[in-house]
Design a protein around this ligand. Structure first.
Ligand code: 13P
Length: 264
């Protein structure tokens, strides 16, 4: 059974104080609970240490929103994987569409970052997704396949075991326009198929890789999204900034786990 993951991408929101408050409230609500999905909080770099501290003892992991792929050196403004590990960070988002669109990240830098994260033992969440223009030109499947295949290039099967992927259609991010659950499920199946065909013997890897959906996920639509067989969780932006809303999405993840358990 694949992991169910609910990850909150706080983007460039929350001061240290606000991050501590939000993370503490979530930690308090989740402490001691069983049957939870894997819960991951991705605050800005400046709040990582506070967030790690605030969730201590609770079933909550912390992820970074980005990192550099070098170990160290003359890369002004960048943060290395080791620096994240030192803070107690265990996950890292790679190639979020905002990084690709606004900060010049490419399939090649995503590949380099994925290699670095895996080498250092961070769990990577690789983000892929088409723009509105690409969707309207029937390029969705080709774009997500290319992004996925390029990310995995020249990486051993064995090394890819911790891989997590997030399908985030760019037009659904921050717009309130959620991708229909059946369509998200279909595209995620394409991504899974791309992983299966990326190298010989990758069928198992594809079967075991959690693939999340992201793009205007909220308390209301999360239950329907998470009943889809291919959607293994959510990468949540705006709704992860509100305690109750995010807790409801985590509950939808719990429901998914119950349903999967009943089927197994
Ligand atoms: P929203 O949930 O705000 O649409 O953001 C999605 C996202 O980009 C998460 O990484």
């Amino acid at each position: 059974m694949r992991k169910t993951i609910i990850a909150g991408n706080w983007k460039m929101n929350n001061t240290r104080k606000e991050a501590r408050e939000l993370a503490s409230e979530l930690a308090k609500a989740l402490k001691g609970k069983s049957g939870l999905p894997e819960v991951v909080l991705c605050p800005p770099f400046t709040s990582l240490a506070d967030t790690v501290d605030a969730v201590k003892g609770a079933p909550v992991a912390v992820g970074a929103q980005n990192m550099d792929y070098h170990d160290s050196g003359a890369y002004t403004g960048e943060i290395s994987p080791q620096m994240l590990l030192e803070l107690g960070v265990t996950y890292v988002l790679i190639g979020h569409s905002e990084r690709r669109q606004l900060f010049g990240e490419t399939n090649q830098t995503v590949n380099l970052k994925l290699k670095a994260a895996l080498k250092q033992g961070l769990i990577p969440i690789v983000c892929v997704g088409e723009t509105l223009d690409e969707r309207e030109n029937n390029l969705t499947d080709a774009v997500v396949s290319r992004q996925t295949a390029a990310a995995l290039e020249n990486i051993d099967l064995e090394a890819l075991k911790p891989l997590v992927v997030a399908y985030e259609p760019v037009w659904a991010i921050g717009t309130g326009k959620v991708c229909e659950s059946a369509e998200a499920n279909r595209v995620i199946a394409i991504i899974r198929n791309t992983i299966a065909n990326c190298k010989p013997g990758a069928a198992n890897l594809a079967e075991q890789t959690p693939i999340l959906y992201g793009g205007s996920v909220n308390a209301k639509n999360s239950v329907e999204l998470l009943t889809q067989p291919q959607i293994d969780g959510g990468l949540v932006g705006g709704a992860s900034l509100k305690v109750d809303e995010f807790l409801s999405i985590i509950e939808a993840g719990q429901k998914r786990l119950v349903a999967l358990g009943a089927r197994a």
